[in-house]
Design a protein around this ligand. Structure first.
Ligand SMILES: N[C@@H](CCC(=O)N[C@@H](CS)C(=O)NCC(=O)O)C(=O)O
Length: 209
């Protein structure tokens, strides 16, 4: 089926698709949403959308795109007038790419490792938490004195880094974030677009849209 309105594939309990839906809500763009169960997420049908069967996946009129950061950057770039991304070729655009890569490369892996090994290997979990702390410190230093990560204005870098930091709530140590980051995550959570995205992607899910 060719879709004229973009469509997001999400799977119940998955944490990353909210960032795509949040971006679309900030952009004020129409979109469809499919929330799969675990079985559907591993089906042949979904493997055609994503070779590893992961979510989120975006479908547009030309095909599928996966990787949440790539999807959010692309969506922001499609609607530059909304201001979620600075002009191409500027230093600020480079900073957006920097944080879009930093979130999945430096923040998420130690966070996930610390949650996964919390009980089975507390020493490993503690090491991962220390590495997460260093990465989170870099974000705190960048935000210091400003409300948002790039150019003092909310944008797609905040969606990507903010949702990665919010994983600390799932991992059970949100209260250990430095105050700057606790305030930052709380500020982002106040955004109506974020709240609508959480509502649409939370379990129990709306089955389709
Ligand atoms: N780097 C990918 C990670 C995607 C990913 O691992 N998604 C999780 C849900 S949040 C998933 O689909 N897990 C299912 C699986 O690994 O089978 C992204 O940011 O989109």
């Amino acid at each position: 089926m060719v879709r004229r309105v973009v469509h997001v594939f999400h799977r119940e309990y998955a944490g990353r698709p909210v960032r795509v839906v949040w971006t679309l809500e900030e952009l004020g763009q129409p979109y469809g949403l499919t929330v799969m169960n675990r079985e559907e997420g591993q089906s042949e049908e979904h493997l055609e959308r994503h070779p590893l069967g992961r979510v989120p996946v975006l479908e547009d009129d030309q095909g599928y795109v996966f990787e949440s950061a790539a999807i959010c950057l692309h969506l922001a770039e499609l609607h530059p007038e909304v201001g979620l991304i600075p002009p191409s070729g500027t230093h600020e655009r480079a900073l957006v790419y920097q944080w879009a890569c930093f979130a999945p490369a430096e923040l998420e892996p130690p966070l996930i490792e610390s949650a996964v090994f919390a009980e089975s290997d507390p020493e490993r979990a503690a090491g991962a938490r220390r590495r997460f702390g260093l990465a989170a410190g870099a974000v705190a230093a960048a935000i210091d004195g400003s409300e948002y990560l790039v150019g003092g204005q909310f944008g797609v870098a905040d969606v990507l880094v903010g949702t990665a930091l919010a994983f600390t709530a799932r991992a059970g140590f949100a209260d250990e974030l430095p105050a700057t980051l606790g305030d930052y995550v709380a500020r982002l959570a106040q955004r109506p677009a974020y709240q609508r995205a959480v509502e649409r992607t939370s379990h129990p899910p709306a089955r389709a849209g």
